[in-house]
Design a binder for this molecule. Structure first.
Ligand code: UGA
Length: 442
């Protein structure tokens, strides 16, 4: 079995490396020569735990190759995966499919013998039909089937998500294509992963509906957190209390500063757009988008309130810039809304993130970048935690107090216990647990 993986972004690299680990010969193709040269030197363009070792092992076993040359990779492949980017199109929120269609054209020219073309990129309903039309019109002689095979990888835990997925979705009505895809994912059958065969449009919609549901779940608990603050309840206990109901489930119920990242914000916009165009607007999705955007902006207000209503001339220590831990990705991270709002309100910022500073430096300006958590606190008026990196979970309270001018901490990820913070003499502000603050006399 040979596979060509087109696109060495997050999805392409992780999927390519994991498929090669299954024993399949994989060529990862990208137009970006610098990126391919780097990969061939063993340099990863992204940070993902475990990916470096997985790639190194499979490269040295000869099963994983990186190349800029698409035709030979596709020519020999039994299956070609399209894993190129589908960013939000400027202006209308639609997924920009130009990279997908360009890839389809190049693949068409190189097809040789029966080949499955699988779309792994997140694409709106109907895109696989269009890929089929493009390839069929350019190569009426070619023997191929187009399959939708969406991915459900989370940054930071992408390898285990690929190796031990909750399910695999294969959208095809072709028996022959189904057999090829079944063969590729056979190692997962052995661990009894449910494999769901559907039509192509259904598979495409499953991906958006999954992300839409998860983003809605997060937004729901964020709104409940606001209510908790008003009525003196604890959102962590509410989440636990509802999460134990098997119909609801405990995951994705962590209240925070609003969802971010390269997927939820973009996919929610695209889903809303698809639904509007189909004459069936999804009002829940539209509302979630609006609430989440507002929430990120409101988080700056919380920090300002914690500083007594003004940050003019004050210095705030910021811990965490990435949209979640274990990634260097800051795309649509709450930090990108919060930090400029604090600066606009007159604050100076001292920031640290274990992996996200390089990316952040390209977007955020006027920040004092620090080499570690405690360095950021040195002489600051308050500390704000924006991302729940493990290394921020056990900070030394005495050291915090000795470094900050006033012991004020705003924890937008609820990683500390309000009672412990009160005992430590730290004025602690968190999400959806203000009753605890009140009881503690803060
Ligand atoms: C998400 C999905 O979880 C994956 O299944 C999907 O494959 C991926 O998008 C994609 O479409 O490619 P990812 O964006 O890597 O994965 O990250 P998540 O772990 O889902 O977190 C997204 C955002 O939600 C983060 O900002 C995170 O902080 C926030 N979040 C998550 C919460 O605020 N509360 C939670 O309980 C969970």
């Amino acid at each position: 079995m040979r596979i060509a993986m087109i696109g060495t972004g997050y999805v392409g690299l992780v999927s390519g490396a994991c498929l090669s680990q299954f024993g399949i010969d994989v060529v990862c193709v990208d137009k970006d020569r610098d990126k391919i040269d780097g990969l061939n030197r063993g340099e990863l363009p992204i940070f993902e735990p475990g990916l470096d070792t997985l790639m190194a092992n499979n490269v040295s076993a000869g099963r994983l190759i990186f190349s800029t040359d698409l035709p030979p990779a596709v020519d020999k492949a039994d299956a070609v995966f399209i894993a190129v980017g589908t960013p939000s199109r400027r202006g209308d929120g639609h997924a920009d499919l130009s990279h997908v269609f360009d890839a389809a054209k190049e693949i068409a020219a190189a097809l040789n013998g029966y080949t499955v073309v699988a779309t792994k990129s997140t694409v709106p309903v109907g895109t696989s039909d269009e890929v089929e039309r493009i390839i069929g019109s350019l190569r009426p002689d070619a023997e191929f089937d187009v399959v939708s095979n969406p991915e459900f990888l989370r940054e930071g835990s992408a390898i285990s998500d690929f190796m031990r997925p909750d399910r695999v979705i294969i959208g095809t009505e072709s028996k022959r294509a189904g057999e090829v895809m079944g063969h590729i994912y056979r190692p997962l059958y052995l661990i009894e992963t449910p494999v769901l065969f559907t039509t192509r449009p259904t598979a495409e919609l499953i991906k958006y509906a999954a992300n839409g549901f998860l983003a809605t779940k997060i937004t729901f608990i964020n709104q409940i957190a606001n209510l908790c603050e008003k009525v003196g309840a604890d959102v962590q206990d509410v989440a636990r209390g509802i999460g134990l109901d098997g119909r609801i489930g405990p995951k994705f119920l962590h209240a925070g500063p609003g969802y971010g990242g390269s997927c939820f914000p973009k996919d929610m916009l695209a889903l809303a757009r698809t639904a509007q165009e189909a004459g069936n607007p999804l009002r829940i999705v539209e509302t979630v988008i609006e609430i989440n955007n507002t929430r990120k902006r409101q988080m700056a207000e919380r920090i300002i309130d914690a500083c007594g209503g003004s940050v003019q001339g004050k210095t705030i220590a910021i811990l965490g810039l990435t949209f979640k831990p274990n990634t260097d990705d800051i795309r649509n991270a709450p930090s990108l809304d919060i930090l400029p709002a604090l600066q606009a309100a007159g604050a100076s910022l001292r920031a640290f993130d274990p992996k996200g500073m390089e990316e952040a430096k390209e977007i955020l300006t006027g920040i004092h970048w620090c080499g570690g958590a405690y360095e950021s606190m040195n002489g600051a008026d308050a500390l704000a935690i924006l991302t729940e990196w493990n290394e921020f979970r056990a900070l030394d309270f005495d050291r915090i107090k000795s470094l900050l001018k006033k012991p004020v901490m705003v924890d937008l990820r609820n990683i500390y216990n309000p009672r412990e913070m009160a005992e430590a003499g730290i004025q602690y502000f968190c999400i959806g647990r203000s009753d605890m603050n009140r009881k503690a006399g803060l």
